[in-house]
Ligand binder design. Structure first.
Ligand code: UDP
Ligand code: MG
Length: 321
């Protein structure tokens, strides 16, 4: 028999928080009084994270541990969790307790009312750096303005989705997955639940600037063609300006006797246009690289082993006779 709730918890070097996460999640899930499973994805941690989770498995049959062969990233970890989830409702939550598990019963309530996607919307972010808050605000708004998909603002991976939605997203073959975007893209009945994003319980962020930038580029490249179109409009503006300038020069040559000066202006035009050309080439490269990734068709993660306790049956089958 399958559980009702599958909770997906990606974890990368989270040894300082993982016990507390497990305790709080277990308390909340037990309170919901229906069979559940906790799927921890150890995304190639170099600390004791895997060891600690394997310890949970020994005593708790609700825990499943997927051990990755190396660090693949947050999105691949969630993808793996979704592929292994067996529940009728699938929950995604960070391991660091920034998404309070206590919101889950409220999400489940909405699900029972008939919503297929219940996503957490951050009404407030507590204890995150000013830089992170500002860049996140700008990023979500920029992305939204660039795409036709209705991407909700200030929403992360914290959400509950129905089995049907999980299957629909799992069926999408793309490899560079911006999951919150894909969940919006598939549609269904969606609703937000507001929550205050908490401070990290312990440890530090696993999203350094480098990962944030690549994450943002993935999101933009998977959900918008606008950067490619930028080449067309900028090119058009540049040539228009060039044409006008040419007319000016011809006019000067024919009707005035002003000598040709203006090395500076020539240099400015060259530098500017070269800069724009390079920038656009770079953007094309971003897309091309992603096309190449999809073409190679490598899996987005590799699982080294799956650990669960099969000696205790989590949900006993009803016995016949
Ligand atoms: N995470 C992961 N793999 C990574 C980076 C992060 O599985 O390569 C997990 C991490 O353990 C956490 C979640 O993704 O459960 C969100 O990461 P984090 O809290 O560091 O990001 P932030 O909240 O600072 O944006
Ligand atoms: Mg976090």
């Amino acid at each position: 028999m399958n559980p009702i709730y599958s909770v997906i918890i990606p974890a990368y070097n989270e040894q300082e928080v993982i016990v507390e996460s497990y305790d709080r999640l277990t308390r909340v899930m037990k309170g919901m009084d229906e069979p559940y499973e906790l799927i921890f994805i150890n995304d190639g941690s170099r600390d004791a994270t895997a060891h600690i989770i394997a310890g949970f498995c020994e005593s708790d049959p609700a825990v499943v541990l997927l051990n990755f062969s190396r660090n693949f990233g947050h999105m691949p970890a969630i993808t793996a969790g979704m592929a292994h989830a067996r529940g009728k409702a699938v929950i995604v939550i960070d391991a660091d307790l920034q998404d309070p598990p206590e919101v889950l019963p409220l999400m489940a309530e909405k699900w029972k009312e008939g919503y297929d996607v219940v996503y957490g919307k951050r009404s407030k972010r507590i204890g995150e750096s000013f830089f992170k808050k500002v860049t996140a605000k700008i990023f979500y708004r920029l992305l939204r303005s660039m795409t036709d998909v209705d991407l909700p603002l200030d929403t992360g991976e914290f959400r509950l989705i129905d089995r049907r939605v999980c299957d629909a997203v799992n069926a999408l073959p793309e490899k560079n997955r911006y999951i919150r975007g894909l969940v919006s893209w598939v549609g269904f009945k969606q609703i937000a639940v507001e929550y205050e994003r908490q401070e990290r319980f312990a440890g530090e962020t696993k999203y350094p600037l480098r990962k944030m930038v690549s994450f943002a580029m993935d999101a933009i490249a998977s959900f918008s063609y606008k950067p490619l179109k930028l080449a067309t409009s900028l090119g058009f503006i540049m040539s228009l300006l060039g044409f006008v300038y040419m007319l000016v020069i011809i006019f000067q040559a024919m009707f005035t006797d002003r000598t040709i000066t203006g090395w500076a202006s020539t240099l400015v035009v060259i530098l500017l246009s070269q800069g724009i050309v390079l920038m656009i080439l770079g953007m094309m490269g971003e897309y091309l690289g992603r096309v190449y990734d999809e073409l190679k068709n490598r899996p987005s993660y590799i699982i080294r082993e799956i650990i669960r306790n099969e000696t205790i049956d989590p949900i006993p089958e009803p016995r016949n006779g």
